[in-house]
Write a protein that binds this ligand. Structure first.
Ligand code: SAM
Length: 300
């Protein structure tokens, strides 16, 4: 698509709600509000020879509400590899196979990636009917910088692995990453996750988006410490997406990171006293403060 908005005229755009051409069709479905399924998504499901779904009972309810009769088959984490050959055979016969997940965009923290790879490798057309996605919906509502963002799926459920993952991201920030970070999380793990985020990233702007597009939709935009305290006192319910803003430019946090980086480099080849003097001269910071920090880094 052109970057120039004036370049798109109604004549250029496909305005009909005809379904996508034959092939594998990735259909995004609502993350709560049934009205969010696009007309083209409905046609794609109605016209598909087969609808692959994570949970056939869940998708049967969606199809029933849409008044669509379609043949369904399961495609989930545990059978995806085994299911691929039969799907490829259908595609080779010129059939249309739709893929949906329980909610939102297939493949995004949901099954389908291995199937898409296999279909592409076999030369079959792959189309998408775009639509709801919890991460992007939460992002645009969060009030946090929309770009760049990094969607990370679910953090590991165990606290040790989760904290290690957060430390790796924090290290990436120290090396220059500056993005809004987005995670999916189960409601019963939210309080623990927020406490770990606070411990690793420090207090900074964040948001928790709950039950998006549903009756009890709620977006809390606050600093991490306040959000962690809130959800420790009042456990969350429903579907939850967590967002963490990037470290503020020129923040005390960033200044500290930069000072630490320079000190570590200087300490690698100088005595503590000389390293502190060199870095104090380079940064213009008070020598006493730099010396005290160098001592801390050296474990003194
Ligand atoms: N493929 C989906 C998408 O495109 O958003 C995500 C699937 S992932 C298995 C499900 C997780 O997404 C939930 O556990 C929750 O963290 C988040 N999520 C889904 N619906 C949501 C909603 N309505 N509000 C907030 N978060 C939601």
């Amino acid at each position: 698509m052109s970057d120039d908005p004036s370049a798109a005229s109604p004549a250029d755009s496909e305005t009909g709600s005809a379904g996508p051409p034959a092939g594998l069709v990735l259909v995004s479905t609502p993350i709560g509000n049934l009205g969010d399924l696009s007309p083209r998504g409905r046609v794609a499901l109605a016209e598909a020879d087969l609808v692959l779904c994570e949970d056939t009972r869940h998708t049967a309810r969606l199809l029933g509400a849409l008044g669509v009769h379609a043949r369904t088959a399961p495609l989930h984490e545990h059978n995806e590899d085994a299911a691929i050959p039969a799907v490829l055979a259908r595609l080779a016969a010129g059939r249309t196979v739709a893929l949906v997940s329980d909610a939102g965009t297939p493949l995004v923290s949901d099954p389908g990636y291995r199937l898409v790879r296999a279909a592409l490798a076999a030369g079959h057309p792959v189309h998408a009917v775009p639509g709801p996605n919890a991460a992007v919906t939460a992002l645009v509502l969060s009030g946090l910088p929309p770009l760049p963002f990094l969607a990370l799926g679910f953090p590991p459920p165990r606290a040790a692995a989760r904290t290690a993952g957060f430390h790796a991201l924090r290290a990436a920030e120290r090396a220059g990453l500056s993005a809004t970070l987005i995670w999916y999380e189960a409601p019963h793990r939210l309080a623990g996750m927020l406490a770990d985020l606070l411990a690793v990233f420090g207090d900074r702007p964040a948001a928790v988006a709950r039950e998006l597009t549903k009756r009890f939709e709620e977006i809390r935009r606050d600093r991490l410490a306040a959000l962690a305290a809130h959800y420790a006192a009042e456990p969350a319910r429903g579907e939850v997406t967590v967002l963490l803003g990037p470290p503020a430019e020129g923040s005390a946090e960033q200044d500290q990171d930069s000072l630490d980086r320079q000190l570590r480099a200087a300490l690698a080849t100088n005595s503590l006293k000389d390293a502190a003097a060199l870095v104090a001269a380079a940064t213009g910071l008070p020598r006493k403060r730099v010396y005290a920090r160098a001592l801390e880094l050296e474990g003194g």
